[in-house]
Each structure stands twice: as C-alpha cells, then as structure tokens.
Write a protein that binds this ligand. Structure first.
Ligand SMILES: *Cc1c(COP(=O)(O)O)cnc(C)c1O
Length: 432
C-alpha cells in the first residue's frame, strides 16, 4: 500500500530503510503466526479467568480509606491466582514496582537464620541491595539471612551437582529469575524452570521456590505456577499491566506464602483485608485483558529488531531465530555513537516526548553513563517501546516493549534511519 510508505516518508523514514524492513519482515511470517497463536491461547485464558471469577461492573470501582471489603481488589486477586495457577495472589497498587514485589516476597517468607539460594547465578541488579550482596540499609543480610549463589555452567545450563551440594539445613527459599534481564545468559523457558524446581524439591521438599517472572508473563502458554513454583512475582508496568496499569506489582503463589507477604505489606493482623484500591482497578483489569496481545506485539518487535540488525552484521541476543522466553532484545553496536543514535531513534518514534533528545547521564547504581529512550504514557514503563544502553564496551543496547506491533515496527525502522542518517550504517548494505 503506497499510502503507508508515504506516511513513513512524512515521518522521516526513507525508502531504503522501509524496503529493507519489509524484506526482513517477509521471512518472519511463520514466527509471527506462532506468536499470534500463543496470544490467542493466553487471551482465552485471561477472559476465562475473568468469567469464572464473575468479574462484574462493580469490580471496576474502587474503595478509599482502609479498603475493607474491596470487591474489585479481591476478585482481581482471584483472577491472577487462576491465570498463574496458584492458590492465591496479592495484586496491589501499594506494591510500587517489581523490585518491591520481589523484596516483599523474600522478606516476608524468610526468617533470621534462613538461607536464600540463587541456583541461576547473579540476580537482577536491584536485588543485590535487597539481599545485601552489596551492603545496603534494610537488606536481608542485616536481618541475619544469608545468601548463597550457584552460577550457571559455561553453556548457560544449571549446575545441578553444585546446586545439590549447596542445599543445606538452613536453605529455605530458592529464587529463580526467568528473564536474563541485562545479562548475556539465556532466559529460561517455563519447562526448564519446572525441571529445576522438581530437582530442588527432590532434594528438599519444603524449599520455597520463587520465580522472578518480570518480562516473562504471557510469552509462553504456561507460567511458572504451572510447573510447581510456590511464588510467581512481577511488575504491573511490564507485561501483565498491558500498558494501562500506572503502578503496581503482584505475588501469586501458595496461600501461606501470599499471606506472609500480605502481613508484611500492610501489617500483622491486617494482611489482605486492607489496602484501598482507589480508582485504579479498571486499568488493572483492562490492562490484564490486553496483556496477551500487548506482549505479542512486543515480542514481534524484538524478533523484527533481532533479524533486522543481525543481517547488518551486529551481534544480537537472542539471535534472529531462537525461541523466546522474555521480551528483551540486546543488540551490540560497538560504538557510543551508534548506541546513542539507536536510542534517539527510538525516542523520536514515541507518542510522548518524541521531540526530546536523550543524553547519557550518571545514573545512581551504575558504573558508566546510561542513555535511555522512554517516550512512554506511564513513566518508566518498559512494556512500552523503550531502550537503554550503558555507554561502555561492548556498547550494547537493550531494547524492549511496544504496545502495538505497528508502533514497535516504526520505532525500529526509525532507529535504523537514525543510524543511516549519521552514516553509522552504510545505506548500500540495506539492499537485500
Ligand atoms: C524489571 C525487573 C526487575 C525489577 O523491577 P522494577 O519494576 O524495575 O523494580 C526485577 N527482575 C527482572 C528480571 C526485571 O526485568
């Protein structure tokens, strides 16, 4: 359709980039069909849960004050428990982000003298301070909870023998991060996580297995709760919020684990009974309803970017043909100029703040300046089209999100146009 190409031209994307993008896309039909099928299954799963829990118009309203008998909140938690195949769930705007949800799950289910085990290597950056790997006020370490880590083997697989030796009397909880986050290890499939959980439980049946599910929700038809996880934890400004949730986190899991978390979030004695939902529930429900197709859009964007940049010779993780277990895509550009141009292209394609030019800055907690592109409706939301890159070798950019596939596509084309305009990509290479 000529009109599409004209519209792209009007938005600064030239013919060479447009044609190259479409040529890349032509080969992705089968991959996209599989993603649509997963989205279809997950859409049905979500609607089915909402119907079985009898979500009603009254559920979309909120409470104020203490929030006793908040029908919408309690029903939403039942819906989450059904979707994640767990006994119970805590889904709250009072859980401020993913890190908070994970910290809450850990702090409420561990006691002084217990040991936390990560059998999958180093956890997400922000958890280092929660655990006390980097000394921090209020960390688990300050409360006398020790930590042990078993790194992955060279090929990214689980080091079962060392894990076996690392489980002792004190080992109370194992934390398993599904997504690679900003590391270069592979992300784990739900099936792999299931095998690991089975192994851990064989050695110690009462060990609590918690899965950090951030960026993984609805990427597959199964969730960690289907394969025996005792707690499944994530952020609502990533996949399950569907781009509409403006805040929030969730912990789905065994009744006792969720209860412990609720008593810690509010207060002993109060637990899940309090916590007004204010006016936020409609966005939580509608975002969850949209989450399967939003996640599919983000996945298509990630696969498109992988193939587009892989063909130009840049290392990409995951590569263009690998199966996906989260929505993050890394592309290594090898120069500060190129990662900067990429991020500026993504920003220029945003619906909000497209006129802003991102600059690298010294963010707290990082050892190099970081540049971020985030023209999002919800601040910091990474289910929306977004990218960030530390300005240091190997000069890799981490890219994720896209509420709709056409927007993800246009953002990726814009990033390539920015690289071409600055002569960082040779236009002659865009010929297929
Ligand atoms: C994003 C993320 C977190 C932390 O979530 P925040 O909402 O940024 O605090 C934890 N683990 C993983 C794997 C993540 O991707």
């Amino acid at each position: 359709m000529n009109q599409i190409q004209e519209m792209y031209a009007q938005m600064g994307i030239g013919r060479a980039v447009y044609d190259y993008g479409n040529a890349v896309l032509e080969k992705l039909g089968e991959r996209f069909r599989e993603i649509d099928e997963i989205a279809e299954y997950n859409q049905l799963k979500v609607v089915n849960a909402m119907q079985e829990c009898q979500v009603s118009e009254a559920c979309l309203l909120g409470t104020t004050g203490y929030g006793y008998n908040d029908l919408g909140r309690d029903t939403l938690e039942a819906v989450y428990a059904k979707i994640f195949r767990t006994e119970d769930a805590l889904v709250r705007p009072q859980i401020t982000c993913g890190t908070h949800a994970l910290a809450l799950a850990l702090m409420s289910n561990l006691r002084p003298g217990d040991e936390l085990l990560s059998p999958v290597g180093k956890p997400y950056d922000t958890l280092e301070e929660v655990i006390g790997i980097r000394p921090s006020k209020g960390s688990l370490a300050e409360y006398g909870i020790t930590y042990r880590q078993v790194d992955l083997l060279e090929d990214g697989s689980f080091d079962y023998e060392t894990i076996r030796k690392s489980i002792g009397e004190k080992t109370r909880l194992a934390t398993i991060q599904r997504s690679k986050g900003y590391q270069t290890r592979p992300s784990f499939s739900v099936e792999q996580i299931g095998r690991l959980i089975a192994f851990l439980k064989e050695i110690k049946p009462d060990i609590i297995c918690m899965v950090d599910n951030c960026y993984g929700e609805f990427v597959e038809i199964h969730e960690p709760g289907d394969v025996g996880a005792d707690m499944v934890v994530g952020s609502l400004i990533k996949n399950p919020g569907g781009g509409l949730a403006p805040i929030g986190g969730y912990i789905a899991g065994k009744k006792e684990c969720v209860e412990n978390a609720a008593y810690r979030l509010t207060s002993p004695g109060l637990g899940k009974e309090v916590g007004a939902s204010l006016g936020i529930l409609k966005d939580f429900y509608q975002g969850l309803f949209l989450a399967p197709t939003v996640t599919a859009s983000a996945l298509k964007g990630a696969i498109f970017a992988a193939n587009l940049y892989e063909r130009l010779g840049y290392p990409v993780i995951p590569n263009g043909s690998e199966s996906r277990h989260d929505i993050i895509q890394a592309v290594t550009f090898g120069s500060a100029e190129a990662v900067t141009a990429f991020c500026r292209g993504i920003q220029a394609a945003a619906p909000v703040d497209s006129h802003v030019t991102p600059e690298a800055w010294d963010m707290p907690g990082y050892d190099a300046p970081v540049i971020m592109a985030a023209g999002a409706f919800v601040a910091g939301s990474s289910i929306e089209l977004s990218a960030d890159a530390p300005i240091k070798p190997p000069y890799a950019v981490y890219f994720q999100g896209g509420l709709t596939w056409p927007h993800a596509k246009s953002g990726i084309l814009k990033s390539l146009q920015f690289l071409a305009d600055r002569k960082l990509v040779d236009e002659s290479r865009l010929k297929m």
